[in-house]
Ligand binder design. Structure first.
Ligand code: ADP
Ligand code: MN
Ligand code: MN
Ligand code: MN
Length: 356
């Protein structure tokens, strides 16, 4: 009898404004690699019924920690039936091109993925009572104890799964709103950072499902005085890792294309970046040392060491990391290679501000 394994084919669909993950299983003889496959694009907002076939092109494979054994997860790019043309919903192809163009910059990304665990019966975050509200924000961030931490068994199972899958995970923490958590991917180049993030997202949806819990990346899951949910994107070029001026130049470059970045940083950004709950309003761009009220933060350690990385605090949790990392590469490496900087003098001095 032929020995078989299960390959879970994962792809990103064409739902707007926020794409959704989809997956289905293929049984493959051991010894054979996951082949090109297809699906019904008319059910995923990726095709009309009259011309519905879309192609799945495997781009990243890792062990499947949900099934264990020899089973695998397979991340795909969606292609047209000629197999060589990326479908409009395929944002990875352009990211790969941009990463190639600026490959000499050796850019690393560290993405802080925040998310909210929800009770599907009440459609409220874990920790929210059926009627009314929990106590106000303050003690939940990195909180310990049954009255502060909701869903930790899911968070731990997810972390374990990410490590088993071989994903580059930097850490996890409880967040500001009850039921809200974070994991970080990186530091690692793109598209790898984005590939790992999409797989880690898939794992979170899938593992929470076993607990009867749903996960949302909504930018502002609870209206009112509750923090939104972000995906702070930390990054560094080779030059930034040795030279502080290059870090400041990167922040200055982001300033020149603020509106373009905001328009591509995830649905609901206006509701999340009001200027009231950490991070500047989406209408303004400012950066500063240790400033969590800024659009872009230069960590204190970086200001002290005079080298390192910067944090773009604007992206929402539901952003597409292929789009965000592509834009950062284009804006920051583009400005540096146009010669104004590449480590040269910044246009303005960094306003120093105390941490809070
Ligand atoms: P915060 O204090 O904002 O919560 P975190 O510790 O959650 O910060 O996340 C910081 C992220 O920055 C991590 O994902 C880490 O891997 C990443 N990081 C650290 N150094 C670099 C670097 N030189 N370039 C890019 N990312 C980096
Ligand atoms: Mn963090
Ligand atoms: Mn956070
Ligand atoms: Mn952060």
């Amino acid at each position: 009898m032929v020995e078989l394994y299960k390959a879970e084919y994962i792809w990103i669909d064409g739902t707007k404004p926020t794409a959704q993950l989809r997956s289905k299983t293929k049984i493959i003889p051991v010894g054979e690699k996951p082949p090109i496959w297809g699906f019904d694009g008319s059910s995923t907002n990726q095709a009309e019924g009259s011309d519905s076939d879309r192609v799945l092109k495997p781009v990243f494979t890792c062990p499947d920690p949900t099934r264990g054994g020899k089973h695998v997860l397979v991340l795909n790019e969606v292609m047209r039936t000629n197999v060589t043309t990326p479908h409009e919903s395929n944002t990875r192809a352009a990211c790969v091109e941009m990463a190639k163009k600026y490959g000499s910059f050796d850019t690393w990304f560290g993405i802080e993925q925040e998310y909210t665990l929800m009770d599907p019966k009440t459609n409220k975050p874990l920790g929210f009572p059926e009627d009314g509200y929990p106590g106000p924000q303050g003690p939940y961030y990195c909180g310990i104890g049954a009255e502060l931490a909701y869903g930790r068994e899911i968070v731990e199972a997810h972390l374990e799964a990410c490590l088993e899958a071989g994903l580059k995970i930097a850490g996890i923490n409880g967040e500001v709103m009850p039921g809200q958590w974070e994991f970080q991917v990186g530091p690692i180049g793109s598209p790898e950072a984005a590939d790992h993030l999409w797989i880690a997202r898939w794992l979170m949806y899938r593992i929470a499902e076993d607990f009867g819990v749903s996960m949302t990346l909504a930018a502002k899951p609870m209206k009112g005085d509750w923090n939104g949910t972000g995906a702070h994107t930390n990054f560094s070029t080779k030059q930034m890792r040795v030279d502080y001026d290059a870090c400041v130049a990167a922040a200055e470059a982001l300033k020149t294309r603020h509106d373009l970045h905001i328009a591509n940083y995830g649905d609901g950004i206006e509701e999340r970046l009001t200027g009231r709950h950490e991070t500047a309003s989406y209408k303004t761009f400012k950066y500063g040392v240790s400033d969590r009220g800024a659009s872009v933060r230069i960590p204190w350690q970086v200001a002290k060491d005079k080298k390192g990385y910067i944090e773009d605090r604007r992206p929402c949790a539901n952003m597409d990391p292929y789009v965000v990392t592509r834009l950062v590469l284009e804006t920051v490496c583009g400005a540096a290679s146009r010669g104004s900087s590449n480590g040269a003098k910044p246009a303005a001095r960094v306003p120093a501000r105390a941490a809070r």
